[in-house]
Write a protein that binds this ligand. Sequence first.
Ligand code: SF4
Length: 208
Amino acid sequence: MNPIDELKEVAQEVSICTRCELYHSRKNAVPGEGPASAKIMFIGEGPGFHENEMGRPFVGAAGKFLEELLATINLKRSEVFITNVVKCRPPGNRDPLPDELSACSSYLERQIQAINPRVIVTLGRFSMARFLPNVRISDVHGQSFQIRGRLVVPMFHPAAALHQASLKPAVERDFSRLPELIAKATEAPEIKDAAVEEKKEPKQLSLF
Ligand code: SF4
């Protein structure tokens, strides 16, 4: 299946998914959005109130801040793919539970394989843990890691920076490094079959 059709198929399946309890409390599932050809993918935690209302990721205050951050590095929201580790809103914006993360995992995996991004930016602890388990975000934010042929850059969630002003300079600094990292990742040979590589090398991890 071509990447555009695969992303549509994932979105369709997510819209009627009942694999975990979060389907009970959703108004709209939020599969994610952006071009199938995106070189960079942002992965957040889960939909919040506004996202649940609109069925789109990062549309509240955190989304506005994310768009401002993208503008500082001359990127438009329409040029990147934005999604979350869980596609339905956890009640009251609580943290997603392990069984919810596990149930939703294959949708994100299919999106990654369809888009085949050169750079993945994780926003917050839960998306970071998918690629970098057993690390603290305060220790590794803004660093880049070569994981299964992609550059993974963990960052604080924009919402965390809005709630805790002391994190904002770190988020802005981490974002300012992205163009250099994207350029490096784009120079590297393209991944031909990410699905196969990810199955073969599930544990590989090294500092970029
Ligand atoms: S969070 Fe994911 S697994 Fe759970 S119901 Fe929504 S789409 Fe399905």
